[in-house]
Ligand binder design. Structure first.
Ligand code: AMP
Length: 269
């Protein structure tokens, strides 16, 4: 495994290599990241994992500063997984050049997390756009856990005719159906217990709606989620994955974001 902090050196190293797969991350790696990386290694002999906590996608300095970082443990894991290249740039390495592409933010960016985190998706698309320009991978692997992000990156790629294909990857969960997330490391014991209960409630709610035993009602489900220990609910919305419209009956995923302890948790299932 080779570690690069400088884009020029990385570009020199990968010049002429075909079939590059790129897995962008913000580090503090967990089993979700691990499954993306393993998938990449299976598909290609050139896997590049980036670790970059992108300040542009955070809404507050405090949140950016307190985002979990775990440099040594991450590198150990990546080396164990036999990743070929790790790109761990600083801010300037990513943002000090002029990009060829115009940032395209589809109108889907205005919904769900977009309503509650101003500028977040612009920051995400900006950084991924730059990483793609530096690496020019054949594929980029992105998780369905951040489905809205995945859709927006896909649409930016399509609009700008970038020659990288997005591969979406399934969400990896623990035995309580909680999606692994870097931020979970910051939960206290009781908060984790509450999160387990909330996920159980949301899972049952979806099942009840789909079997016709319940009708989606935001006020009711929000009340329940608060009752089980969330501090604040940003949204809970049933969305059809094909047309991205609200769909309250059959084929939908429940998308949600709520605050618990000192973290904001998002997922969809
Ligand atoms: P992050 O480091 O949180 O920016 O995530 C990096 C990539 O890993 C993104 O494409 C995420 O969607 C994906 N990811 C995060 N959590 C999970 C998970 N539990 N299962 C699968 N993929 C995930």
């Amino acid at each position: 495994m080779k570690l690069f902090t400088n884009k020029k050196k990385l570009q020199n190293e990968i010049k002429g290599k075909k079939n590059i797969i790129f897995v962008p991350t913000m580090g503090s790696l967990h089993k979700g990241h691990e499954s993306l990386i393993k998938k990449s290694i299976k598909k290609s002999n050139v896997t590049i994992v980036s670790i970059f906590v992108n300040p542009k996608q955070f809404n507050s300095k405090k949140d950016f500063n307190s985002y979990p970082r775990n440099h040594n443990k991450d590198l150990k894991l990546l080396s164990k997984l036999k990743v070929n290249y790790v790109y761990k740039p600083n801010y300037n390495d990513i943002f000090n050049f002029k990009t060829n592409n115009k940032i395209f933010l589809d109108k889907f960016s205005k919904r769900l997390c977009g309503k509650h985190r101003k500028g977040h998706f612009k920051g995400v698309v900006e950084v991924v756009n730059r990483m793609l320009e530096i690496i020019k991978p054949k594929h980029i692997l992105l998780g369905n856990k951040d489905f809205q992000q995945l859709v927006l990156i896909k649409r930016h790629i399509r609009k700008n005719k970038i020659q990288t294909k997005v591969i979406s990857c399934k969400t990896i969960r623990d035995k309580n159906f909680i999606a692994y997330s870097s931020r979970l490391k910051k939960l206290k014991k009781l908060e984790k217990k509450n999160l387990i209960r909330i996920i159980k409630v949301l899972k049952k709610y979806k099942k009840d709606i789909q079997s016709g035993n319940s009708v989606f009602n935001f006020t009711n489900i929000k009340k329940k989620v608060l009752h089980f220990g969330a501090k604040r609910v940003d949204y809970i919305e049933p969305i059809n994955l094909k047309n991205l419209k609200t769909e309250k009956r059959n084929k939908f995923n429940l998308f949600f974001a709520f605050h618990i302890g000192n973290i904001r948790f998002i997922d969809n299932f």
